[in-house]
Design a protein around this ligand. Structure first.
Ligand code: 6PG
Length: 411
């Protein structure tokens, strides 16, 4: 690969997210240099793009850095924790004052603050950037939440704005979130809400099954809700999963998947933060705890065998309309709790978080994209306080309270 300084951005780490992001840069004609410990994936990307001026592969960090335009921008797409520190240590011996390192993983925000301070000694800028949308989002347009060294944002913005998703109103799903670890904090809360929404959808399907619906019927019901207030990306992929047949046998794939939901860290950190800042986040806490319970498979099964009070399909007196009406205020609660945590963090850390702008950014590209975010925008735009205290939420809770109570009682 040629060593003339021509690439606008470098990517370290070619897992699913790093590779997809690299291809996204190339799609937008932003020349990108990639580095990976092993050469196979890098070679695949070079062949896929087929234009060495747009995507070049390098097998040492020195060569990668030498291939970049000055000041250099290097994006880390490696697992959070020690791998980020390892790469920063290696890069900081090569990069010079004025260069920028961006961490695009799900890092703990206090680590981001520490890293920015450590790199500042060498006059290397650091930005922690939340990236949402999974590999598909990273490839076609993710939601991006950069935070950290604000002076470096002018260097990064021309690279990130073109590759980000657009929301339904055409606004780019990328904006400066705030200083320190604000970007990673907002991504952490995004994931916290994601855990809550996933748990609620999971419980809804469980209740539908208890009311006698088969998994393909549940999929059809979720799809019929897509245009309504509960509609969104997570509801859509849940329907996809429910109707996927086991490719290696009879029946649904879901019945063949081990019912353990592990977690990479963001849910647990957010739960600890909520307790630290004194923000009640019951629904989201329940979702994190449900994942922990799910992993205690043996105890769970023996408890179920001894204590089952009812069971079997058709045991519950619930219908789809009632469950949709119960799901809606429960989903609203997830968002209200998440935004309340962000409001508390803005005060505690002196960050200028704009809640309505964050909700608007999440309306495209990310895992939370859905109809409900558009609905709560006006209530958030007032920035007057807790969403639970708004007329908007009170009206929605009142309108759906009967179905919600009935569902909880039956459950
Ligand atoms: C996203 C997702 C993605 C992933 C997290 C959480 O926005 O694209 O949040 O980042 O879901 O890594 O993973 P766990 O659910 O395994 O904690």
């Amino acid at each position: 690969m040629s060593n003339s300084k021509k690439y606008s951005v470098g990517i370290v780490g070619l897992g699913a997210m790093g590779s997809a992001l690299a291809l996204n840069f190339a799609d937008h004609r932003i020349p990108v240099a990639v580095y990976n410990r092993t050469s196979e994936r890098a070679g695949q990307l070079v062949r896929e793009v087929g234009n060495p001026d747009l995507l070049g592969a390098f097998f040492t960090l020195e060569d990668l850095c030498a291939s970049l335009k000055l000041p250099r921008v290097v994006i880390l797409m490696v697992p959070s924790g020690a791998p980020v520190d390892d790469q920063i240590r290696a890069l900081s011996g090569i990069l010079k004052a004025g260069d920028l390192i961006v961490d695009g993983g799900n890092s703990f925000f206090q680590d981001t603050i520490r890293r920015e301070q450590e790199l500042a000694f060498r006059q290397i800028s650091f930005i922690g950037c939340g990236v949402s949308g999974g590999p598909e989002g990273a490839r076609r347009g993710p939601a991006l939440m950069p935070g950290g060294d604000v002076a470096a944002w002018s260097l990064l913005a021309p690279l990130l704005m073109p590759i980000a998703a657009k929301n339904p109103d055409g606004r780019v799903c990328c904006r400066w979130i705030g200083p320190d670890g604000a970007g990673h904090y907002v991504k952490m809360v995004h994931n916290f809400i994601e855990y809550g929404v996933m748990e609620l959808i999971g419980e809804t399907v469980w209740l539908l099954a208890g009311a006698g619906f088969s998994l393909p019927e549940c999929a059809g019901i979720l799809r019929s809700w897509q245009k309504g207030a509960c509609g969104g990306y997570l509801l859509g992929i849940s329907a996809d999963i429910l109707e996927t047949a086991d490719p290696e046998g009879e029946g649904a794939l879901l019945d063949r998947i081990v019912d353990r939901a592990e977690q990479k860290g963001t849910g647990e950190w957010a739960l600890a933060e909520s307790i630290r800042l004194g923000v009640p986040i019951d629904t989201l806490a329940a979702a994190v705890l449900a994942r922990i319970v799910s992993c205690a498979s043996r105890d769970r099964r023996s408890f179920a065998a001894r204590c089952a009070v009812c069971g079997g399909s058709g045991a519950l007196d619930l219908n789809a309309g009632m469950l949709e009406k119960a799901l809606y205020p429960a989903l609203l609660s997830c968002y209200a709790q998440g935004f309340e945590l962000l409001r508390a963090a803005a005060v505690a850390y002196h960050w200028p978080l704009k809640l309505a702008k964050i909700a608007d950014l999440w309306r495209g590209g990310c895992i939370l994209q859905g109809n409900l975010l558009g609905e709560i925008l006006p209530a958030l735009a007032g920035e007057t306080g807790n969403l639970f205290a708004t007329v908007f939420l009170a009206d929605r809770v009142r309108d759906n309270a009967c179905a919600w109570r009935r569902t909880v009682a039956e459950a």
